[in-house]
Design a protein around this ligand. Sequence first.
Ligand code: UDP
Length: 243
Amino acid sequence: MRKGIMREDRQNDEIREIKIRPNYLEHPDGSVLIECGDTKVICTAMIENKVPTFLRGKNKGWLSSEYSMLPGSTPTRKVRDISKGKLDGRSSEISRLIGRSLRSSIDLDKIGERTIWIDCDVISADGGTRTASITGSYIALKIAVKKALESGKFEEDPMKSKVAAISVGKVNGINLVDLDFKEDSNADVDLNVVMNDKFELIEIQGTGEGDTFTIDELNEFLKGAKRGIEDIFRYFEILEQYI
Ligand code: UDP
């Protein structure tokens, strides 16, 4: 990763300050407020005692996710999906990404015929809302699972791995980790990377819209993402003592 002139307040390969407040809401089984710089998302995990029709009678569970942005989370009012009568393409794509990412962290054969609902509500958007949603949801899920184990709802621990996500990109020829909105809107290459705690890849979303990128450059981006995700997992280690 090239160090350089690009950023004033942090290194080019440094993530924004991350803060996760566990048990942020009263009612859900698990909840957090995650802040990554000025991006803020409330993530909740709620366990429902039924599964979608395609899984009925199979003695296994499901995890599903919904993502949305509060009208006041963006500089110009974001019209609610419900006002338009349908989920917009971006929200449904992100909802499915969060679901896939979190399903990789849990053994659904161990939760009985239940659905875990992950809901991510962006209250302040400054780039990286999908990656913050994935990282925050992992902690919300972990809290919900802990409660279900304590209450006897779950008989064995279904968690398989930790999950976190970060964005990487290229702006004015310089590689950056964890892009804010200003950087994101000027990025020629933009990737969202999801990894587990063995640093195996769960998903990569990458576009070279302003500039194409080579396989060698992709490797550089992934190395930057891995370093960012290492920092998140270090933060998790401290946080997990309190949940
Ligand atoms: N954004 C916005 N309105 C929108 C969608 C996005 O203001 O309807 C801003 C917001 O700051 C968001 C950023 O653009 O974080 C980047 O959006 P992108 O679709 O790349 O997703 P994200 O980086 O948030 O996962």
